[in-house]
Design a protein around this ligand. Structure first.
Ligand SMILES: Cc1cc2nc3c(=O)[nH]c(=O)nc-3n(C[C@H](O)[C@H](O)[C@H](O)COP(=O)(O)O)c2cc1C
Length: 294
């Protein structure tokens, strides 16, 4: 199916987009109005856009329902300050509660039960329960339109970042399982970025991977190897060659067992290579595949 944006009601398009552009990190924005009244609301139209200068953007959009604007945006226009607090699993239900449209003057800190902590560089409070709190000044606000659903890009520069040391690993870096972040998806879905949901992909760095187009056709057109497997194999920097020192019992067994059925042997070699790739053993997988091409 296809969607032409102008041909759908904004509310419908909004739903499609929110489900497709996901998961989105959550900015838990703490602001203050001119009179010092605090406000706290979650925004998942949010991301990091640069680190020199550090740049975060989130978007309190115009309500699709009635084209009204959010207290957070009004406060930001008035004060140009915001604390962006990240949201982890332990906070997600209370953070969602803070999205209720409480009237002006009612503090979502109290309604959602979070603890306000004074900031050092700006007036709005930090959220004590959040593992990373970024005190930000607002550099610019870009309105993408004037109708319901239009975004307001709040371009923020963090001037002080607070990190709870409980989320660090033994090298002093943020451990994804300890920070346990959550993200917003479509409808009422969220996801939790820890445990089995977190995995590593080796970065291609500055050296160039050989590319899928450089893989031998038997590998490229394999019925066993997946796109992810091809991506791993093609991320080596040089076309691998047979290593005579590669000595593998399982490989020998495959050769022995399938010697009279070459097609079956190729499948079995691809299955074995796949297993090795799942364990991150790319060079070993290449050796198994090259042995099969002899
Ligand atoms: C997890 C989550 C993410 C949200 N993301 C956004 C968003 O990116 N933009 C937006 O305009 N509203 C978003 N909302 C809705 C706002 O939080 C909601 O409109 C809130 O009442 C705004 O509060 P305010 O008027 O006090 O600023 C989100 C709600 C939740 C629960």
């Amino acid at each position: 199916m296809q969607i032409i944006p102008g041909q759908l009601k904004t509310a419908e398009l909004h739903t499609w987009l929110q489900s497709a552009i996901a998961p989105r990190p959550i900015c838990f924005a703490s602001t203050m109005d001119k009179d010092g009244q605090p406000n706290l609301s979650p925004f998942s139209f949010f991301n990091l856009f640069g680190s020199n200068p550090p740049t975060l953007i989130f978007s309190p959009a115009r309500r699709v329902r009635d084209n009204t604007i959010k207290h957070t945006l009004e406060n930001i226009y008035a004060t140009k300050e915001v604390v962006i607090n990240v949201v982890n699993y332990a906070m997600v239900q209370q953070a969602s509660l803070a999205s209720c449209e409480y009237p002006r003057g009612i503090s979502e800190f109290e309604k959602s039960g979070f603890t306000p902590l004074p900031s050092e560089k700006i007036k709005p409070f930090r959220v004590k329960e959040s593992p990373v709190q970024l005190e930000c000044i607002v550099k610019e606000i870009i309105e993408t339109g004037q109708e319901g659903g239009a975004g307001n890009l709040v371009i923020c520069e963090p001037v002080l970042i607070h990190i709870n040391e409980d989320i660090l690993d033994n090298k002093g870096a943020i451990d994804p399982h300890k920070i346990d972040l959550v993200a917003r998806m479509g409808a009422d879905y969220y996801c939790r970025a820890s445990g089995d949901a977190v995995f590593e992909v080796a970065k291609p760095n500055t050296a160039l991977g050989i590319g899928v187009d450089a893989l031998p056709l038997t590998i490229r057109h394999s019925h066993i190897l997946t796109g992810n497997n091809l991506g791993q194999l093609a991320n080596v920097q040089q076309q691998p060659v047979i290593d005579p020192a590669f000595d593998d019992v399982h490989l020998k067994n495959i050769f022995q067992y399938y010697s009279i059925a070459p097609e079956e042997m190729e499948k079995e070699l691809h299955r074995y290579a796949q297993k090795l790739l799942e364990q991150g053993k790319v060079q070993e997988a290449w050796q198994v595949l090259l042995a099969g091409s002899l």
